[in-house]
Design a protein around this ligand. Sequence first.
Ligand code: ZN
Length: 291
Amino acid sequence: MKLREFACSFTLLFSLAYAVRLAAQRPAEWTAPFPPFRIAGNLYYVGSGDLASYLIATPKGLILINGNLTSSPPLIRKSVEALGFRFSGIKILLISHAHYDHCGGSAEIIKQTGAKYEVMDGDVPVVESGGKSDFAYGAVKTMQFPPARVDRVLHDGDTVQLGSTVLTAHLTAGHTRGTTTWTMDERQGGRLLHVVIVGSPNVNSGYKLMGNTVYPQIAADYAHQFSVLKALPCDIFLGAHGGYFDLSDKYARWKAGDKDAFIDPAGYKAYVAEREQAFETELHRQKAATH
Ligand SMILES: [Zn+2]
């Protein structure tokens, strides 16, 4: 085995080991119960301490974004019902991206509600194989999840409509091939607010940005993602994990009476800029390592 091959195998083993450790040591915060609440208009938070789920209530039924972990549906159901909605009222299920912490609960939610599962094209094989076709974690058993059949394949720019609510699916790939950033508009206090739910701009530990034979265009996809995120108008900044947008701090302010706590265009811009910098730093590091 040549030194380069040895180094590659070592890196792969290391990243697999890291992934297994990551899955085994989920921070308790991820799944800690979190009070459900109205973010703005007909948009509600129904996730846990860090795994974000969003409920959109329309006169024609409910839309849920993210089923989270395989173990999450009972907690999501409790939150939906605590807000006064019927869980069976969920007509459409969407996800941020096809990783076990955002779509692990999808199969169970579909079973309980009969919701239509609408997923971005690049993530469809992953959700339908229960994670086995994931470009990075396909072989990691602890990151697999119950497979679920997709009812509608989404493409970049497609809209999901229920009643008069319209969500737009923006392909922001890289983290997965179908990572989706959702946008919608909400009215609050006579103001029109642009909502952005970031899918994930993160380059996970062990992701190969250079010479990735399984996902050759990964670096170009991340670069495209950042150009998309920077162009989106954002008032209400949300994402797949509460940590992206400081859920705990903002909720504390919201609870104390600041109903505008989630309006944070500057925070969104700063977050996207910081994540883009992190991507570029990692890309340069990997480029330097290949020379
Ligand atoms: Zn992920």
